[in-house]
Ligand binder design. Structure first.
Ligand SMILES: Cc1ncc(C[n+]2csc(CCOP(=O)(O)OP(=O)(O)O)c2C)c(N)n1
Ligand SMILES: CC(=O)[C@@H](O)[C@H](O)COP(=O)(O)O
Ligand SMILES: [Mg+2]
Length: 630
């Protein structure tokens, strides 16, 4: 069939297995080709082609609610709900979102991006259904990786005890981004291989069902025998004991098996989990053979070779950070490294290979990772926790309650700080400054380049108390470290350009824009100094007193939320100390920033050299009451 003519999924109801197989192949071919140009989460999607077709065949979306955990595997769902023509713009500026998006389709009933939310969402949606007396199926689709997240386990605890009617699809491909880890993963492994147990269980149930109805007593006894035998033979005992009916394992690439399991679940009154076994990357060799998580999500690639296009010549920030930390760890055996399921993205695999006994991938468990770091520090270790800014949001209470309050020596590498681009509003790393700076004991830094980052890492490992270093997605500048590293003075900002008329204060990558703007402003006769506010906490009060004292206008620039950001902190400091410099802040003003090319997003927000120039002139006019020449 012509994929481009699909408007909604009801046509699937009429399709037989052979037709479905052909459609599955067409969708795979489309995804491999389309993602080769745009990039995207190709691996996860190739694994759920048959599963998504089966779900849309047997359930009636949108009345039945399909809730995708993380949401990175919803491309087939998007195709089946009439969005194939938008795939050229996948994850691009103003284009199709890489995750379910309420405004894109009535079939997207839940937005995500962060993992392990689907079961709690399903519980809320199912409860609302029951209270309102509606009749529909609620179907969360959760991966084996996402199932290890605390929220998912909290939700199972509730769903099982409440016996709320829903069909949980557990998509088990043995992979998180990297190979999945942990005891839940090991347990799923045992369930996967227990097909024999399943057969025995089925035979016993069959035997009991055939027993003549010779009285309640015998029937009760038979049930009890069956219950006690469960411990020996029933697969999925974990779910069954929680009160959730287990069906599986089911081959997720076999339409007949999928159909049978879904039909049984629909007839069952109460929560059911269907354990579906799939192969990540199915049908495309480079992705199918990938054991390292490279094909989980990536940029454009060559289809025939699987070569990823557009690789950079300098190391990524993640690689630089993790390898520098590894060098420290080699000479200090108190240093350990932790990651919540992101060894690939945070580039900790070298650390993992070289010092495996001091490396912990704790799975999708940010809260646990933060508190475990605190525990390590409480026992004299020097933990380094690499965590994406967006995922640290999950661990905020742990950062406050366990790390900061106890003033422990935890070093946090805040990866993907600032805008991340293609993943969009669920993943932008723009809130951490606002939620970290109120914590009394924290130190928070962001370097302008890798040389400064090196100095900050030195400082972090000798610092007493919690300390965090933000670094962006993308690559380091490729600067050469000359001689021995200079020692960074704690809490000191850096004057990068002199200028008597006004001061631009920024930090991290946006400093380059500030320097460029300062140069341009000279043509308009404005001498703008540039300050590198590399310590976001504590701020450099000596420098601020000097700037406050000279009374000249101050412009702040940050790739971060304005509320609680550096500009706000400076404004508060100036006001609290009776300085009345004219001030303007450039940053993100109370909105979520969607997906797209970071350059374009920065332009929209006004984080460009041109806008810094413009705002500087306006600020100078405001302060001096006279117009500046263009
Ligand atoms: C809270 C949170 N932590 C980490 C991530 C990063 N992440 C995205 S997908 C993924 C792996 C999910 O594995 P699984 O649920 O098994 O899905 P699969 O990709 O295997 O289909 C991870 C760790 C995230 N999205 N949210
Ligand atoms: C869906 C998700 O959370 C991850 O797959 C994320 O897209 C990874 O981002 P990076 O590509 O920046 O590692
Ligand atoms: Mg998985």
């Amino acid at each position: 069939m012509n994929l481009y003519s699909i408007k909604e999924p009801s046509f699937l109801k009429e399709m037989d297995e052979e037709e479905l197989k052909i459609l599955a192949q067409d969708i795979r071919d489309f995804l491999i080709e389309s993602c080769s140009r745009t990039g995207g989460h190709i691996g996860a999607n190739l694994g759920v082609v048959e599963l998504t077709l089966a779900l849309h065949k047997h359930f009636n979306s949108p009345e039945d609610r399909l809730i995708f955990d993380v949401g990175h595997q919803a491309y087939i769902h998007k195709i089946l709900t009439g969005r194939i023509n938008d795939f050229d713009s996948l994850r691009q500026y103003k284009g199709l979102c890489g995750f379910p998006k309420l405004r894109e389709s009535e079939h997207d009933v839940w937005e995500a991006g962060h993992s392990s939310t689907s079961l709690s969402a399903a519980m809320g949606i199912a409860k609302a259904r029951d209270i309102k007396g509606e009749k529909n199926y609620v179907v969360p689709i959760i991966g084996d990786g996402a199932l290890t997240g605390g929220m998912a386990l909290e939700a199972l605890n509730h769903i099982g005890s409440d016996r709320t009617d829903m069909t949980i699809i557990l998509n088990d491909n043995e992979m998180s981004i990297a190979p999945n880890v942990g005891a839940v993963h090991n347990m799923l492994g045992r369930m996967r291989t227990n097909t024999q147990y399943n057969r025995v269980k089925h035979d016993i149930e069959d035997f009991l069902n055939r027993l003549p109805q010779v009285g309640v007593k015998l029937r009760d006894m038979a049930d009890r025998i069956k219950d006690s035998m469960k411990y020996l033979i029933v697969n999925g005992i974990f779910f069954e004991e929680l009160g959730i009916k287990y069906l599986g394992p089911v081959d997720g690439h076999d339409f007949e098996e999928l159909s049978n399991a879904i039909q049984i679940s629909k007839d069952y009154n109460g929560p059911v989990v269907i354990h579906v076994i799939t192969k990540k990357g199915k049908g495309y060799h480079p992705a199918e053979d990938d054991k390292m998580g490279k094909w989980h999500g990536l940029g454009p690639y060559k289809i025939d070779t699987g070569e990823v296009l557009g690789s950079k010549s300098t190391p990524s920030w993640s690689e630089f950070m993790s390898n520098t930390v590894l060098e420290h760890a080699k000479s200090d055996d108190r240093i350990v490294a932790l990651t919540p399921a992101m060894p690939v993205g945070s580039k900790l695999t070298k650390f993992q290979n070289e010092l495996p006994e001091r490396f912990f991938d704790v799975g999708i468990a940010e809260q646990h990772a933060v508190t475990m770091s605190a525990g390590l520090a409480a026992s004299g270790m020097r933990p380094y926790l690499a965590i994406y800014s967006t995922f640290l949001q999950r661990g905020f209470d742990q950062l406050l309650h366990d790390v900061d309050r106890q003033n422990l020596n935890v070093f946090i590498g805040i990866d993907r700080s600032g805008l991340v681009g293609a993943d969009g509003e669920t993943h932008q790393g723009v809130f951490d400054i606002s939620f970290i700076t109120p914590l009394p004991n924290m130190t928070l830094m962001m370097p302008k380049d890798e040389i400064e980052a090196s100095q900050m890492i030195d400082l972090a490992f000798s610092h007493e108390g919690p300390i965090a270093l933000r670094y962006p997605r993308g690559n380091v500048k490729g600067l050469k470290q000359e001689g021995t590293s200079e020692i960074l003075e704690y809490g000191k900002w850096e004057l990068m350009a002199e200028g008597d008329d006004m001061t631009i204060i920024s930090f991290g990558p946006t400093l380059d824009l500030a320097l460029e703007a300062s140069d341009t402003l000279k043509d308009a006769g404005i001498k703008a100094g540039v300050v590198n506010a590399r310590f976001l906490k504590p701020m450099d009060h000596q420098m601020l007193n000097a700037l406050g004292g000279n009374g000249k206008p101050i412009l702040t620039v940050e790739e971060s939320m304005l509320t609680g950001g550096l500009g706000s902190l400076i404004a508060s400091y100036l006001a609290d100390n009776d300085y009345n410099n004219a001030l303007h802040r450039i940053g993100i003003d109370n909105e979520y920033i969607e997906h797209g090319d970071v350059g374009k997003l920065l332009e929209d927000i006004g984080i460009t050299a041109e806008n810094i120039v413009l705002q500087s002139k306006l600020l100078m006019e405001r302060a001096n009451g006279k117009q500046i020449k263009n």
